[in-house]
Design a binder for this molecule. Sequence first.
Ligand code: ADP
Length: 331
Amino acid sequence: MATPQTQQESPPQNRIPKQGQTIQTRRLTKVYPGGTRAVDALDLEIENGEFFGLLGPNGAGKTTTIGMLTTRVVPTSGEMWIAGINVRARQQEVKRIIGVVTQFNTLDRRLTAWENLYHHGRYFGLNRSDSRREATRVLELVRLEERGKSLVDELSGGMQQRLLIGRALVHRPEVLFLDEPTTGIDPQGRLALWDILLQLHREGQTILLTTHYMEEAERLCQRVAIMEHGKILAIGSPEELKGSVGAETIMTLQAEPITPAFIGALKGISGVHSVEEGPRGLQVFAGDSRRLIPQIAETALAQDVELSDISVSTPTLETVFMRLTGRELRD
Ligand code: ADP
C-alpha cells in the first residue's frame, strides 16, 4: 500500500541529491491563496548539460514551477535542489548560480545593450575588468556585437529578448531558466533565438525552458515533460513521446455524418490502429497511409458518408498532448 500523501515527510533540508543532476525536485507543490493547485507533487530530474522543456497550455503550472526553482515563488510543500544546493534553505547561494529570463522585460532602458550586461556583471560581484570582458563575450554570444552602443529602445523585440538572455549568462550560471522565451517574437526573431539557444546547448549549458509551442519544444529540447494541471503527463525525448502515439500516420477526415457504423468500418480497414473523434475532425491512426486513402474513400461511399477532406500528417507533440488530454495544446 502506498503511504497516504499527508503522512509523507519532506526529506532532510540539505540532503545531497543524486550526482550529475543540475535540477531535482521532490513532490514540489504550490497551492496559491484561493486554492489553485498550480503545481502538484512534481518530481523532476534534469541532468547536467541537458536542454529540457516543460510543454503545456496556459495555466499548466510551468511559470510557477520556474518561479519556485528560481526562488521567486514560495512552495507550499516539497523540496528542490539546484547543483546539489537546497533551494529553500540556501536561496542566496542558488540565486548566484542561476540565470533567469522571465516573461517581463527588465532591461534598464537608460543604458546601452553593453552597459546592461556590464552592470549585471558588477551586480553579481565581478570586478570591472572581468565584467567588461564578460559583457563583450556575451554580446557576441547573443549576436548583438554590432549593437553594443544601442539604447534598449533602439533594439527590436527579438534583439531585446536576446539581450535578456545574454544578461542571464554574464555570471556563467549553472542553469539557464527561460520562461516562454519566444512569446510575442516574430518568426524570424524566433529562428535567430533558437539558433543561439542550440549553440548554448552545444557548449554545455544546462537549460530549462517553458513553452506552449510544440514546435519549439520539438526543435530545441532533448527531453520534454508534457504538463497540465500542475502534473507531468508524459516525459521523454520528442521522438519517444511521438513514438508513444503508436502510429506512423494520422489521417484527419472531414465527414458527414459521423456514425458509429462508419467509425466501425474504418477500424476494420487493415493498417488502421484506432479511430478517434478530435477537435479538428475524425482522426484515423494508422501505419503507412498510401493504400489507405482510397480505402477510406470507398468505406465512406459504402456507408453513405460524405467525405469533404482528408489530410495526412505524422504525429507531433500536439498529437501526444491531444491523446493524453482530449484537448488541443493551443487555446
Ligand atoms: P503556465 O505558466 O503554465 O501558464 P502558471 O504557473 O502561470 O501556468 O499558472 C498555473 C495556475 O496557477 C493557473 O491556474 C493560474 O491562474 C494560477 N496562478 C498563477 N499565478 C497565480 C497567483 N499569483 N495567484 C493565484 N493564482 C495564480
